[in-house]
Design a binder for this molecule. Structure first.
Ligand SMILES: C[S@@+](CC[C@H](N)C(=O)[O-])C[C@H]1O[C@@H](n2cnc3c(N)ncnc32)[C@H](O)[C@@H]1O
Length: 284
């Protein structure tokens, strides 16, 4: 896998955005791209849902766009849309621009580098603001919701999707146990890092003046044997977890996780299990 040497703050390890060092490197970028590819049915459904809520030629803003999994899928699904992808990480935006050009959407997608915990550049008026797995990174949820409200046109929608952690891949009892240990420890690290996990964004949207227009939980299960892309996702995720949890799991647990990552391609009992949450707020 691509390594992340020199990264002090992994994706779910760091504190709030403004404390985050730049340059996630290819590790996170690779994970995000694999996530979109492996969970494509979920993405298709959510993107379709978003598309059903906007006018024919929508202006869309993707907050914390990362590698542009959302931006590019939205551009593909909505051929008349123009999109602005915002992220603080220049490497992510460069990756996004490359992908957008390759897909032929370069002229409809612009990128803006900004720290969303600071002052926002002019982003509106937008018909759809999309934030996928990025709201939990931002320091002040109430402030962010207020800013999104201002960016939206009246009637515009804010679609928040969130995760509760990495997907799980292991199904044998020993694997389930060590993966659970890793998940528990990663959850503790996110909590220590001040990330906003497990937030009821529906309640937050309402408190910020939005009308809650939709709320859904997706329980995703892909049975094995997995295809090569999903196996790669398992390898990258388990490997990254082991790297990140050095010093927080026992040596035996770390060795087991690393072995599962290294031997993923030889196993036929891996599966993918993930939960995703979606909320839609409409600006009255
Ligand atoms: C988990 S990734 C999600 C990427 C993408 N939305 C997706 O679903 O694949 C979170 C992204 O939010 C960005 N981010 C975190 N804090 C930020 C901040 N304060 N301002 C701008 N972007 C931020 C990170 O650089 C990263 O690309």
């Amino acid at each position: 896998m691509a390594h992340e040497h020199g990264h002090q703050h992994g994706h779910h390890q760091h504190g709030h955005g403004h404390q985050q060092q730049q340059g996630h490197g290819d590790g996170l970028a690779q994970m995000l791209d694999l996530d979109a590819e492996v969970l494509r049915d979920y993405y298709r459904e959510v993107i379709g849902w978003a598309g059903s809520l906007v006018p024919a030629t929508p202006r869309i803003v993707d907050l914390g766009a990362g590698t542009g999994t959302g931006t590019i899928a939205l551009a593909r699904h909505l051929p008349a849309a123009t999109l602005t992808a915002v992220d603080m990480d220049e490497e992510m935006l460069a990756h996004l621009r490359r992908r957008a050009d390759e897909a032929g959407f370069g002229d409809r997608i612009s990128t803006v580098r900004a720290d969303l915990d600071g002052d926002w550049p002019a982003l509106g008026p937008a018909d759809l603001v999309w934030a996928s797995a990025s709201m939990h990174h931002l320091a002040d949820p109430a402030r962010t919701l207020g800013q999104v409200f201002e960016v939206l046109r009246p009637g515009g929608v804010f679609m928040i999707t969130e995760i509760d952690g990495f997907p799980r891949f292991l199904t044998d009892p020993a694997g389930v146990a060590v993966e659970q240990r890793a998940h528990d420890e990663l959850a503790r690290m996110r909590l220590e890092g001040g990330l906003h996990m497990g937030v009821d964004w529906g309640a937050r949207l309402t408190a910020a003046g939005f009308t809650l227009a939709g709320e859904r939980q997706f329980d995703i299960e892909l049975a094995g044997p997995l295809d090569a892309t999903a196996v790669r996702y398992a390898q990258v995720t388990l490997g990254r977890s082991a790297e990140r949890l050095a010093g927080r799991l026992t040596a035996d647990e770390l060795a087991a996780l690393t072995a599962y990552a290294e031997n993923a391609a030889d196993r036929d009992d891996l599966a993918v299990r993930a939960t995703r949450y979606v909320w839609i707020g409409r600006r009255p």
